[in-house]
Design a protein around this ligand. Structure first.
Ligand SMILES: Cc1ncc(COP(=O)(O)O)c(C=O)c1O
Length: 336
């Protein structure tokens, strides 16, 4: 048996999704003429309560566009210490936007508004001007933690009161929405700009959407082009995202239930599990994470060692109950 719990990005498009892709009406999206891309952009803008939306190839590009359009070179971007643009975007913010990242520790990836307020420095010739607060929801390295709507509002207010913009990295905002039942727009609304991914829990092969005010649309589209993200008959990809919106959002509750079952099983087997998952990500502490991950891999259970002593398990569309039971049994055998 092979159970791939490394990430929710490993899913393959379902047969129905592939059919939707094959049937997509397409045009040249750089000319704004792809009807399926246009439909996706309009739908996501409405879901997130933003004026404009742009389809981009990846969450990384969406984040980089957000940072670039809201800052000037030399500015400071404040974000949680485990945030994606710091850990996994190849230092792009320094190259593409020329900004400094100011990391602030949160609790399981959740920033405290009072702490953010305290780190914002007043104008001074010595300081990089704090210009943007970036918030990740759910917080991946935090444990798939949901940042509540109320916390989103508080954080965005802190940014606004300090004269800063705010950005929501909503790669897994769908999971926060399903876990809480709160509308996507309530999470995204407080932030200046927000982006979501279709290639994580929603199971599409490629694609993210950046959203924001109309006043930033031209700069965002130019940045996408500059980064090589202007795609032509991209409707075949947008069709996968539209299919995911119709068929793969509510089912995230299954991923959450399986993550919970996995967490309970691992805990019962004596593993040092972190806090119970709120969504689809489970972290475990082990003495030697790379060795542990390798041993699991040899038994057909794939996980990621994200630190020397920390392993990540992520549930998704391509993992079923039997896979969870098998993963628990292999872990139990390894620590037993
Ligand atoms: C929270 C978060 N933001 C952004 C990204 C980047 O997405 P992509 O891999 O599509 O560039 C990821 C990827 O897993 C992520 O977990």
């Amino acid at each position: 048996m092979l159970v791939d719990l490394r990430s929710d990005t490993v899913t393959r498009p379902t047969a129905a999704m592939r059919r939707a892709m094959a049937d997509a009406e397409v045009g040249d999206d750089v000319f704004g003429e792809d009807p399926t891309v246009n439909r996706l952009e309009a739908r996501v803008a409405e879901l997130l309560g933003k004026e404009t939306a742009i389809f981009v190839p990846s969450g990384t590009m969406a984040n980089q566009i957000a940072i670039r359009v809201l800052t000037e070179p030399g500015d400071e971007v404040i974000l949680e210490a485990d945030a994606h643009p710091f850990h996994y975007e190849a230092g792009g913010a320094a190259v593409i936007a020329g900004v400094t990242l100011r990391l602030v520790a949160g609790v399981r990836g959740v920033l405290d508004p009072a702490v953010v307020r305290a780190v914002v420095r007043p104008p001074n010739v010595h300081h990089a001007p704090p210009r943007l607060l970036s918030v990740e929801n759910t917080a991946n390295r935090g444990g798939g933690t949901v940042i509540s709507v109320e916390r989103c509002v508080e954080l965005a207010n802190v940014a606004r009161d300090a004269g800063m913009h705010s950005h929501l990295d909503g790669a897994r905002l769908w999971n926060a929405h399903v876990a809480t039942g709160r509308p996507l727009g309530e999470f995204a609304g407080p932030f200046t700009v927000a982006n979501v991914c279709f290639s994580k829990g929603l199971g599409a092969p490629i694609g993210s959407v950046w959203t924001g005010p109309r006043s930033l649309a031209e700069k965002a589209r130019r940045t996408r082009k500059m980064l090589g993200g202007g795609m032509r008959q991209a409707g075949i990809l947008a069709a996968a995202a539209l299919h995911a919106l119709d068929h793969h959002v509510a089912r995230l509750a299954d991923d959450h239930a399986r993550a919970r079952a996995l967490w309970e099983g691992l805990r019962a087997a004596g593993l040092d599990v972190e806090a119970a998952p709120e969504t689809n990500i489970v972290y475990v502490r082990v003495a030697d994470a790379p060795v542990f991950a390798n041993r699991l891999g040899e038994a057909g259970v794939r996980v990621v060692a994200v630190a020397a002593d920390r392993v990540r398990f992520v549930t998704h569309l391509d993992v079923d109950d039997a896979g969870i039971t098998y993963a628990i049994s292999v872990c139990a055998r390894l620590v037993g």
